[in-house]
Design a protein around this ligand. Structure first.
Ligand SMILES: Nc1ncnc2c1ncn2[C@@H]1O[C@H](COP(=O)(O)OP(=O)(O)OP(=O)(O)O)[C@@H](O)[C@H]1O
Ligand SMILES: [Mg+2]
Length: 254
């Protein structure tokens, strides 16, 4: 996920991950927002013994930093400690992500930093495909334009645009205009909805906490489209939650 600050990248990483996992896919969400990681905050991840910063500092291997959320989603959290801000080797992200392939996940979703700084570029260069997360406001679209241009320079595949927090004001740009300005299809529209705030307070994905809310349904539709499946809502499917966050490393490698 790439785009301007505060557009909904982390919310989208977490909820698209949750939705793909709802469809039975094996998903790892990696918090590559190194200076302000908050995938963990969105999912109520406690302070973990090994995180992405340790991996980038060369202290641990990435599979040691994979944790399983009670709903089945896997997460590689970042460190929220100030002392870890001095990352020794962010360029290690790309090779670390490649090592995740050994775990044979169906999807690895990488939550990137905002903007076009070194940190954001580093995440863009480490992935194969990009989803551009933006709001329907001119400043966000201008940033999205630059991100797409950069992705092209890096020869990355831009899957499409996810327009989030829509329906808040009547100054919003229309979907058609967004598509013509960005020359990319809008593949998902996630309305602004208070359920997202409630889910954040509950430290869980809205897909799990408010499965019938508009954003949850939109994220599930996006997940279904990405896996080439028709979306049929079935509220009888309950996400079974098991215990607490556990370390995948301890489960499989010890
Ligand atoms: N569909 C939505 N409806 C209501 N609020 C939303 C929605 N999507 C995101 N938000 C809220 O917007 C804020 C920013 O979202 P988020 O943290 O996902 O953005 P971000 O792009 O990851 O930000 P950053 O650039 O700081 O990493 C959060 O408070 C989040 O709860
Ligand atoms: Mg974020």
């Amino acid at each position: 996920m790439a785009g301007k600050g505060g557009t909904g990248k982390t919310t989208t990483s977490v909820n698209l991950g949750a939705a793909l996992s709802y469809f039975g896919k094996d998903v790892i969400v990696v918090d590559a927002n190194l200076t302000t990681p908050n995938v963990g905050l969105h999912l109520g991840v406690p302070v973990v013994p090994i995180h992405l910063h340790h991996v980038l500092q060369g202290k641990n291997e990435i599979h040691e930093a994979v944790y399983i959320h009670p709903a089945g989603l896997k997460i590689v959290p970042g460190s929220i400690a100030l002392s870890d801000l001095h990352i020794t080797n962010p360029e290690k992200l790309s090779s670390s992500l490649k090592k995740l392939r050994k775990l044979k996940p169906d999807f690895v979703l990488v939550d990137g930093a905002a903007g076009l700084g070194r940190e954001a570029l580093n995440a863009i260069s480490a992935v194969d495909d990009l989803l551009i997360v933006t709001n329907a406001e001119l400043p966000a679209i201008t940033d999205a334009m630059k991100t797409i241009k950069l992705a092209e320079d890096y020869k990355k595949n831009v899957i499409g645009v996810v327009l989030t927090k829509t329906g808040q004001s009547n100054s919003e740009i229309t979907i058609r205009s967004v598509e013509s300005m960005l020359e990319r299809p809008v593949i998902s529209v996630i309305p602004y909805d208070v359920s997202i705030k409630h889910a954040l307070k509950m430290k869980d994905a809205v897909v799990f906490t408010h499965p019938r809310s508009k954003p949850a349904v939109s994220y599930k539709k996006l997940a279904a489209a990405l896996i080439g499946q028709d979306y049929v809502e079935d509220y009888s499917v309950k996400v079974e939650k098991k215990g607490f966050l556990v370390s995948l490393f301890k489960k499989f490698f010890k």
